[in-house]
Design a protein around this ligand. Structure first.
Ligand code: PEP
Ligand code: MN
Length: 264
């Protein structure tokens, strides 16, 4: 069901009016790594919208490497991001980490994000599939494209045809970047699957200086959109500040993205 043999034309995922895939415009999802409070997410939404993003990102359940690191505001955060998105007429994408919180997260979001660490959590994939909501499926930290396609199949097999692939970088021997952003995944997925693919240059490289060139490279490679981390004050972000763009850098990146859009 994920294969292009099954469905030769591009699937366009309709997120309540915002369309992702096919010949549709490049879609930008922007926002903080973590929702830190109402004021912070409101400010992020203002910045995101101003640069042209139509979908607001922000984590309320955070899959942190250390159990002692900030784990997210949970339902309080979900309420804040919904409120901020509604104020700026944006859609919401947020991560669901487990089945126990799926109903709660589904109540507030427009797109369910499956994190890299859960790409092969098959029971979770089946459960999110059954909600009927669009699902953004991040590539596993060491996930092959074949494993990723099979993960998407778990979602599609529930009857859900709203899958969005997210290339977020993979683990290699390189240490200058947090992950190695595999841009070749864009044309490879497009050849093998009818579902759209977007890029996540923030986690893809993990260093803000490299985010803009990789976002531009993503659109050049033919991605249907991107998901990017921004923060009004990256130095004081509660998570992923080192890869988050401040307002000025984000606006600068979006200018370049708009130029690319008009030349493609
Ligand atoms: C995130 O989007 O903040 C995140 C935790 O991403 P990933 O699952 O790709 O590490
Ligand atoms: Mn993050």
């Amino acid at each position: 069901l994920t294969s292009r043999e099954f469905h030769p034309t591009d699937t366009v995922v309709d997120v309540d009016g915002v369309k992702i895939g096919g010949e549709e415009n490049f879609v930008t999802m922007a926002g903080p790594c973590s929702i830190e409070g109402l004021e912070q997410i409101m400010e992020c939404a203002r910045i995101a919208k101003n640069g042209g993003a139509t979908i607001l990102r922000g984590g309320a359940f955070k899959p942190r490497t250390s159990p002692y690191a900030f784990q997210g505001l949970e339902e309080e955060g979900l309420k804040y991001i919904r409120q901020a998105a509604d104020k700026y007429d944006m859609k919401v994408i947020t991560e669901v980490m487990d089945e126990a919180n799926l109903e709660l997260v589904a109540k507030y979001t427009d797109i369910l994000q499956i994190g890299a660490r859960n790409m092969q959590n098959f029971k979770l994939l089946q459960a999110v599939g059954k909600t009927g909501l669009p699902v953004a499926l991040k590539r596993g930290i060491s996930g092959t494209i074949d494993e990723w396609l099979n993960a998407a199949e778990y979602i599609a097999a529930t009857g859900n045809q709203k899958v969005i692939f997210v290339e977020r970088g993979i683990r290699t021997y390189e240490t200058a970047t947090r992950n190695t952003m595999d841009l070749s995944a864009v044309p490879v997925i497009q050849k093998l699957s009818h579902f759209p693919i977007i890029v996540d240059p923030s986690h893809g490289v993990g260093v803000w200086d490299y985010v803009t060139p990789m976002a531009v490279a993503g659109i050049a490679a033919g991605a249907s959109g991107m998901i990017v981390e921004i923060h009004p004050d990256p130095n004081n972000a509660w998570s992923d500040g080192q890869q988050s763009l401040n307002e000025k850098r984000y606006m600068n990146m979006m200018e370049q993205i708009h130029v690319m859009e008009n030349t493609m």
